[in-house]
Design a protein around this ligand. Sequence first.
Ligand code: DX5
Ligand code: ZN
Length: 220
Amino acid sequence: MSTIISPSLLSADFLHLERDIRMINQSQADWLHIDIMDGVFVPNLSFGFPILEAIRPIIEKPLDVHLMIVEPIKFVRELSALKVDTMNVHYEACTHLHRALGAIKDAGMKAAVTLNPHTPVELLRDILPELDMVLLMSVNPGYGGQRFIEQTIDKTRRLRRMIDEGGHSCLIEIDGGVNAQTGARLVEAGADALVAGSYVFGHAAPLEAIAGLKALKRNS
Ligand code: DX5
Ligand code: ZN
């Protein structure tokens, strides 16, 4: 299976959002990753619903929405109205994670849980059967263009083992500092999907950057 690629719109040129979204439409990307921040869960703000509603009609890829906000479950209805494919909520932001995942699925979306770099994958053992995807942060969330945290390779391996041994179908996605080198190592460690922001949008040939990541395959 080829790697699922989810370019992060956070690194697009906001003066030319339409141009950049149409580039993604034409690319081999599988999804479009949308980062929503609240200045509370993370020390930054990004974009909110008025912008998402404005760009939604031209987006042709399934939406992979990453909520870096407290109480993400407040917005299930808005995201489902936007025909979001996958809703990623942070483990650290959900006291009642089981209930939150149920609400996401009842609203017709795929349910994903995101882990900050310090949160061990072992904490997911009892919730894995409920999950469509786990998103491992390989930087501290809040900003694009940060340096990849090495420990993510080992976390990916450990999570791969838990999923395979349990016979679960949930995907592993990685977000932060992904480029051709870290991407190859992550896929080898067991990642199914890669988010890439600055690597794609900062590349002289973004379509080729996406195609290169898409071609990454696990050897075993
Ligand atoms: C960071 C966001 C990422 C970000 C990744 O908080 O969750 O999705 O856009 O950016 P890069 O790929 O530049 O690390
Ligand atoms: Zn993200």
